[in-house]
Design a protein around this ligand. Structure first.
Ligand SMILES: *Cc1c(COP(=O)(O)O)cnc(C)c1O
Length: 464
């Protein structure tokens, strides 16, 4: 082994590399800052290896290759598309709803141009960004008025702060949920300045519990969608109709945080347990909030529906400015909502709805396609089969509902399933899959038709 000093002296200098033909090529194609950082970090790594007594490849080829890889790594965006093979349709960690083609088009169109975002073309004066989607939301939902904000957490916060600051909000103990990402009803309540008045017990809450809790300081009766969990067994909750009736009787507004909120009747597609927004409004709830990027299948947004006088009060709250929706989300939301005018088309063209309502035969066909491509030249690397399994809606919706699906199960023979999962996760594009009993599971439900080729390429690379 050569002495460390001698090895260290073999490492080229940053300057040498920048002045080499390679350096010139890099500097032409990439920002100087990026190139210098890549060269420095690569050389540093070599130096550290030598000092630690490990072997370091110092050939010119290896150094330039390492630098080029580093430049590419530094130049790539950190936020990037990936393939969701988990079968969880509304996956919060994976960016929730995939937008429809029309929503993407409209976003693009608005992004590179001035717009009438807050300008009334008819009168040539200042307008409101909230005006554009009021009509379509009213038409689709039957609500008297509508307002949209940044997300549903903001919608809930804004409503509580507007209607119940320093006053009591009555909520069942069975609905004090945490929906993940640290959104917890009691904490949001505190942040809004409202006072939480818990009633009932975890598994049972009766109308009399709500009735007995009312006092001069009660501002709101709140019903929260249980979202990602379900209480089963000896349970009782008060239907929204009855709560609304109680509210009317005592002149206390009733609010429902639906979480997902779906705008079509899922029962028609054999999906039970998620009442539609229209149905909820018919129960007589005064204010209804839900997300734009859960079951609706649109951009991140918080949608608030209800009586005009409530929406007007919300618009006077200075907090609204802090949680306002941005123009690109608004563009995507308007386009998505317009698609709901033709429900038959909507369930095919809005990816979230398409994935949830897709006939099982189509999923099976896609699984078979993935399987057939994979079968070719992976014979000795893995045991691959098509299996029946269950997908999930995700996004805190339909927690108990099974969505029968077909998956491609891959049992690698030359590497562990954990290594395979990790390689796929770190691939280009990354593929996110789950492990079940020593097999990697690729759920065909959430893999787009156009992603199949990339998916297959990544799996083959990761296996070999
Ligand atoms: C998801 C959810 C929220 C938060 O919605 P975001 O759009 O993520 O801000 C609030 N309440 C319930 C019940 C939810 O399921």
């Amino acid at each position: 082994m050569q002495p460390k000093q001698k090895l260290l002296a073999e490492i080229p200098s940053v300057d040498e590399l920048l002045k080499s033909p390679y350096g010139a090529k890099w500097l032409e194609a990439y920002p100087r800052k990026t190139v210098i950082r890549a060269v420095r970090e690569t050389l540093d790594r070599k130096r550290k290896k030598i000092l630690a007594g490990q072997s370091a490849e110092l050939s010119g080829d290896e150094i330039t290759r390492s630098i080029e890889n580093k430049i590419k790594e530094l130049s790539a965006y950190k936020l990037k598309p990936l393939i969701n093979a988990t079968g969880v349709v509304i996956h919060t960690n994976l960016g929730r709803a995939v937008l429809s083609g029309r929503a993407i088009e409209n976003m693009k169109c608005l992004a590179g141009s001035y717009s009438n975002l807050e300008y009334e073309l008819l009168h040539g004066k200042r307008g409101k960004r909230y005006s554009h989607i009021k009509d379509i939301l009213r038409e689709l939902s039957g609500a008297e008025d509508a307002l949209v904000v940044n997300n549903n957490a903001a919608a809930v916060l804004l409503c509580l702060n507007t209607f119940a600051k320093d006053r009591e909000v009555v909520v069942s103990r069975g609905e004090l949920v945490e929906i993940g990402g640290s959104f917890r009803i009691p904490e949001v309540m505190r942040a809004s300045g409202a006072i939480l008045r818990e009633v009932g017990s975890t598994n049972k809450t009766h109308l009399t519990d709500y009735g007995n809790s009312l006092c001069g300081n009660t501002a709101l009766l709140l019903k929260v969608h249980q979202s990602n969990y379900k209480i089963t067994g000896f349970t009782d909750e008060v239907p929204l109709e009855e709560l609304a009736k109680l509210g009317r009787e005592y002149k206390i507004p009733v609010m429902a945080d639906l979480g997902s909120g779906c705008m079509i009747d899922f029962e028609k597609y054999g999906i039970h347990g998620e009442p539609s927004v229209q149905g909820i409004l018919k129960t007589g709830a005064d204010i209804v909030t839900f997300s734009g990027d859960k079951l609706l299948g649109g951009p991140q947004a918080g949608i608030i529906l209800g009586k005009e006088r409530f929406m007007q009060k919300l618009q006077k709250n200075p907090l609204l400015r802090a949680v306002r929706i941005d123009k690109l989300s608004l563009a995507a939301l308007e386009a998505t909502l317009m698609q709901y005018l033709d429900e038959e088309k909507a369930v095919k063209e809005i990816p979230t709805l398409r994935m949830l309502t897709q006939p099982i035969d189509e999923i099976k066909k896609r699984a078979r396609k993935i399987y057939n491509y994979l079968k070719k030249d992976t014979g000795s690397y893995a045991v691959i089969e098509i299996l029946k399994d269950q997908s999930r809606a995700g996004g805190g919706s339909l927690p108990e509902t099974d969505f029968p699906t077909f998956v491609v199960s891959i049992k690698p023979s030359k590497t562990s399933v954990n290594t395979l999962e990790k390689r796929l996760r770190e691939g280009a594009p990354p593929v996110i899959a789950r492990i079940k009993e020593d097999a990697l599971i690729i759920d065909a439900r959430t893999v787009g038709e156009r992603e199949v080729k990339d998916l297959v390429k990544c799996v083959k690379e990761a296996l070999s």
